[in-house]
Design a protein around this ligand. Structure first.
Ligand SMILES: [Zn+2]
Length: 422
């Protein structure tokens, strides 16, 4: 039921995006080229975890996995201000928030989101009564003020929402909560298939497991690598990855044949510390993991590098495809420099084209060669180090969840059709 609400509001956004992407001139140009940065460990600011008593029998809390609430204070009789701040200074503007609120007596209250200087309100609030099922906040209860520019995009500096409170706890979050708990449940569910196994390939800065799934019945001669959630708030990209992987695990002739030929290695949660601590961007070492694929100063990137190197010690074994799932302002694909070729030349443009053809009026937004010199992101590492045809698969923050799922599924299907022998 909550889904239909999601869809009705999101479909408006989707139509807007689709019409926008039909016209090349107005397509979003994507992020600036990736620059190499220092990825040595930096201190992070830990959140105070507890209950915030703001008077009048209203309480807020960040005592759950994935929460981010740095302060809460009463501004006046009807308004509470919540303070949301990042884990450290060197940060990309992905202002994640997630907290709980309740009142001992039924009452309505306004909540104002406040962020540090130069950061605005990016994520439209999602609401849940149980932390599992989410819906978009009713737009009648949402308003914004003070427009500003962030990342070259016009967004509000602040948002104010109205909540009707009672003793039942409400979750308010930037995106639906998918922490290490939900990811583990998902892995365990897939692990019930006889062609799936899981392995702990390393530990994060703070000692959380880095888990990898192996999918397929073949040896390691033809391998595919899938990565997700280097960046904690990027839940929509994770959901595309989930649909993609589930399609590879289906029990139709195409998927069965695919799994007889290829082995898929998946690290669905590359940054468990960041996700579970409600970070905006970085890992437990205060570093953007997707800038650490040249120097490998962080344990998460090292674990993935080591397992990939280990799998390719035998020169017969090759990674043919690698996809890293993310989220950003709008759907976009960042592909590698088209003048260089890997183990299956031409595969990625063909895959993107065939996938896009499945959606009427949809034109894929593609930006190529973002990281061809610096070689600091995962996608360029997979390409230049292993010859894997690779790209960064970005889903918009507000892309319709139904479309996200369909797109993930279609991408998997087209990939299998393209690379499985007939
Ligand atoms: Zn990202």
């Amino acid at each position: 039921m909550y889904l239909s609400k999601f869809i009705s509001i999101f479909s408006f956004t989707l139509l807007g995006l689709l019409s926008l992407s039909c016209n090349q001139d107005t397509q979003w140009k994507g992020q600036d080229p990736i620059k190499k940065v220092d990825t040595h460990t930096l201190p992070i600011q830990l959140q105070y975890k507890g209950i915030f008593d703001v008077g009048d029998a209203i309480y807020l809390s960040n005592e759950f996995v994935g929460a981010r609430l740095n302060g809460a204070a009463r501004t006046n009789d009807t308004l509470i201000t919540v303070l949301i701040s990042p884990e450290n200074e060197k940060i990309n503007p992905s202002p994640w928030y997630a907290f709980k609120i309740w009142s001992e007596t039924p009452q309505s209250i306004y909540i104002r989101f406040s962020y540090p200087e130069n950061v605005g309100h990016r994520y439209y609030p999602k609401i849940s009564t149980d932390g599992k099922h989410w819906l978009l906040l009713d737009s009648a209860f949402y308003r914004t003020e003070n427009m500003m520019e962030m990342d070259g995009i016009e967004i509000p500096k602040n948002a104010i929402i109205k909540m009707n409170l009672n003793s039942d706890t409400l979750f308010i979050s930037a995106q639906e909560l998918i922490t290490s708990i939900e990811v583990e449940d998902w892995i365990d569910q897939l692990d019930t298939n006889d062609f799936v196994s899981k392995e702990r390939i390393g530990e994060s800065q703070q000692g959380r497991p880095i888990e990898m799934m192996k999918i397929g019945n073949s040896d390691d001669e033809k391998m595919i690598f899938i990565l997700s959630r280097q960046h904690p708030p990027e839940v929509t990209g994770f959901l595309a990855m989930k649909a993609f992987i589930e399609r590879l695990c289906a029990n139709d002739p195409l998927a069965i044949q695919f799994r007889d030929e290829y082995t898929v290695y998946v690290v669905p949660l590359a940054n468990p510390d960041g996700v579970d601590n409600g970070h905006w961007r970085n890992n437990g070492g205060g570093v953007d993991l997707n800038r650490d694929w040249a120097d490998f100063n962080q344990p998460e990137t090292r674990a993935i590098r080591d397992i990939m190197k280990n799998k390719t010690v035998d020169p017969k074994n090759k990674f043919y495809v690698a996809i890293d799932f993310h989220s950003t302002w709008e759907d976009i694909y960042y592909t590698e420099d088209s003048t260089s070729t890997g183990n299956m030349p031409g595969l990625i443009p063909e895959l993107i084209r065939l996938s896009a053809d499945e959606f009427e009026g949809y034109e894929a937004n593609i930006k190529s060669g973002l990281d061809s010199d610096a070689r600091v992101s995962s996608s360029s590492y997979f390409f230049y180090e292993f010859g894997a045809e690779s790209f960064t698969y970005e889903i918009g923050d507000n892309t319709d969840p139904k479309f996200v799922q369909e797109k993930g599924k279609v991408s998997a299907e087209k990939l299998m059709e393209l690379i499985t022998s007939n």
